[in-house]
Design a protein around this ligand. Structure first.
Ligand code: SAM
Length: 268
């Protein structure tokens, strides 16, 4: 073996350039949408990247355990991967959010700063009302040189339309999505404007929505999908029988003006 000459290394301009200019290599933060339920809804790219990283980060549920994204993608994790869980608050309170994101960065950044690639898994799509957007912004603020890549996933409304076997939108139809309903007047405006209205987080305001649709004679045009892609999935077409019903948090409503039998290619 040829002995290494320290002098030659020291005076090698390439080596010196590297020594002087190289900042510590940062890992990449990947945001991967794992879909809303069925584990087979993850993309090929998402799965490849998920299995390539050293660290997998998932949001905790309210009990402090790895949440829904983990439950969906758990079967794809490799034994050598490190799992970290992030306590991302379920609130709109800015102070609590700031504290939660700060604590999450304390957990996440040491991995990225020591060059480890991290995959953050999000239920559904990564950019659609997803906590990943806040995680990515906080991480970029902590470390502006950080590379962040996101991989899209199937979002709940698209999965719901598939579970119902309906075309979500066709031809001229406009689609409005309400992330949560704070005022019934918002639903009225959306129904005036769009042919298709999607309501996320519909569970907590279901009675108000039901009444609004009854007044507008649209109960027969409303669909509800609970826990899409999970064994406990339920679908309803027409809400006449759903007065006083209390859907769970993981429910999506689709209200479609032109919802007729022609929309249903198969019996559901
Ligand atoms: C914070 S948003 C997350 C959206 C998610 N990133 C997506 O792409 O669908 C949570 C809302 O999404 C909807 N949702 C998510 N997963 C669902 C599922 N498996 N079944 C029905 N609705 C779901 C519900 O309306 C729920 O209240």
């Amino acid at each position: 073996m040829t002995p290494v000459s320290f002098a030659s290394v020291d005076f090698d301009p390439e080596a010196r350039r590297g020594a002087v200019l190289d900042a510590p290599t940062l890992g990449t933060l990947y945001g991967i949408g794992v879909g809303p339920g069925d584990p087979e809804w993850i993309t090929v790219k998402g799965l490849r990247l998920l299995q390539s990283v050293q660290v997998v980060a998932v949001p905790q549920n309210r009990q402090g355990e790895p949440g829904l994204a983990f439950a969906i993608a758990q079967q794809y994790l490799r034994p050598h991967q490190t799992l970290i869980t992030l306590n991302l608050p379920f609130t709109t309170n800015p102070a609590q959010l700031g504290t939660g994101w700060g604590q999450s960065m304390t957990t996440l950044m040491p991995h990225l700063r020591t060059g480890r690639n991290v995959a953050f898994l999000a239920e559904g799509d990564i950019s659609f009302y997803s906590t990943f957007s806040h995680v990515a912004r906080s991480a970029q603020q902590c470390e502006p040189r950080l590379t962040i890549e996101s991989v899209p996933g199937v979002c709940a409304p698209l999965a719901a339309a598939s579970a119902l076997n309906i075309p979500l939108s066709l031809w001229h139809e406009k689609v409005a999505i309400l992330p949560a309903l704070y005022e019934v007047s918002e639903l009225d405006h959306a129904l005036d404007w769009a042919e298709v209205v999607i309501l996320m987080k519909v569970g907590s305001v279901f009675d108000q929505v039901w009444n609004c649709l009854r007044i507008r004679n649209l109960l027969d045009h409303a669909c509800l999908v609970e826990w899409v892609g999970w064994p406990q999935q339920k679908t309803w077409v027409g809400w006449q029988d759903l007065k006083d019903y209390k859907p769970p948090y993981f429910s999506v409503a689709i209200i479609k003006r032109e919802l007729d039998s022609a929309s249903f290619p198969r019996n559901i």
